[in-house]
Design a protein around this ligand. Structure first.
Ligand code: NAD
Length: 342
């Protein structure tokens, strides 16, 4: 397949590109007997165009492992640039849409870019995909569109009830994709994923921020009472799920992708302190994030039963690998922290 990946220089998009070109995602589809991608292509022999604006969180260093691969092309571009999209999109078999403003705290400080990229940009992309006759579209959404849940877990039928400007903008884009399917018959699928962690994660997010601070003997900020619960998934498991849904998911459907490891932020902090050889004297209790969702929890029965998906990386193993990666890759994160004053 010839796949265009928006936001492919970010944390999850770059994992998708690296994994796809390394052949690590081919196994994700080989046992399934249906192909809804509309491409008629097998999972092997991919070429990839990364289309990325390179905002503060986009980083070509994330794509260094594939930089010399002849199957890979990089285009610096904004999803709001209709003319450039019309030039670049035609000829692709699929678009996998990661590009977004992704940090909740930044959306609380100022939501304008979130609406411009996540809502308007997604619509601009959908329009270009239709004009270009692209056979398949996958939208990467988030479990945060469901809001917060005290007990039980969200199925895909759950009403959307986002609480932050970030999640509201993601809900807008998610619904626009489903509307394009229903209104125009666009061959599109949506994935809603829980919190990701792993290598190449921009160090403003909790796990890489805590790990890099602690590796430097620094302090870490814990919001509120630390009782907020998140469902953690290793990024490699997320991109496996995405590729499975891209190639086998039914058009017009939503698929939750969750990790099944629910931890309070306090429990997660304990794990990170242990992994970095630190203790609670390194933790600052800071005022809670405004409107902080209490708990996220996804029901992943649908993707499991329909597409045979299950996460493969245990949290203990994934976290150990992640901490090790940050230990060994200071040259990647030190300049990012210095530039963003983190
Ligand atoms: P990220 O911030 O690391 O990457 C976003 C990428 O999009 C960057 O490379 C950035 O340069 C690019 N981008 C931003 N605005 C753009 C624009 N207007 N045009 C083109 N490119 C643009 O984010 P991430 O954590 O990799 O998340 C990727 C996607 O996955 C997002 O849509 C996010 O909502 C979703 N998601 C993330 C998580 C998570 O835990 N990180 C969980 C579920 C879903």
């Amino acid at each position: 397949m010839k796949i265009l990946v928006t936001g492919g220089a970010g944390f999850i998009g770059s994992e998708y590109v690296r994994s796809l070109l390394a052949g690590r995602l081919d196994g994700a589809t080989e046992h399934s007997d249906s192909d809804h991608s509309g491409s008629g292509h097998s999972s092997a022999g991919h070429t990839v165009t990364v289309y990325d604006k390179l905002t503060y969180s986009g980083n070509v260093a994330n794509l260094a492992p594939v930089a010399d691969d002849p199957r890979y092309t990089f285009v610096r571009g904004d999803i709001n640039d209709a003319a450039l999209l019309d030039e670049v999109l035609p000829g692709h078999d699929a678009v996998v849409h990661f590009a977004a403003e992704s940090h909740v705290d930044r959306s609380i400080t100022g939501a304008g870019d979130f609406v411009t990229t996540n809502v308007v940009g997604t619509q601009m992309l959908l329009d270009a995909v239709r004009r270009g006759g692209i056979p398949r579209f996958l939208h990467v959404s988030t479990d945060e569109v469901y809001g917060s849940i005290d007990e039980g877990s969200w199925t895909e039928e759950w009403p959307l009830s986002p609480n932050s400007p970030y999640s509201a903008s993601k809900a807008g884009s998610d619904l626009l994709v489903l509307a394009a399917h229903r209104t125009h018959g666009l061959n599109a699928v949506v994935t809603r994923c829980s919190n990701n962690y792993g290598h190449y994660h921009f160090p403003e997010k909790m796990i890489p921020l805590f790990v890099t601070n602690l590796l430097d003997g620094g302090r870490v900020p814990l919001y509120g009472d630390g009782g907020n619960v998140r469902d953690w998934l290793h990024v490699s498991d997320h991109v496996r799920g995405i590729h499975l849904v891209l190639t086998k998911g039914r058009s017009g459907e939503v698929y939750n992708i969750g990790g099944g490891t629910e931890l309070t932020n306090k429990e997660l902090t304990q794990r990170l302190l242990d992994a970095c050889g630190a203790d609670w004297s390194s933790v600052d209790n800071v005022p809670d994030r405004k409107g902080h969702d209490r708990r996220y929890s996804l029901d992943i029965t649908k993707i499991g039963q329909e597409l045979g998906y299950a996460p493969q990386v245990s949290f203990d193993e994934g976290l150990a690998r992640t901490v090790e990666w940050y230990r060994e890759n200071r040259a990647w994160w030190e300049p990012l922290k210095a530039k963003a004053a983190l």
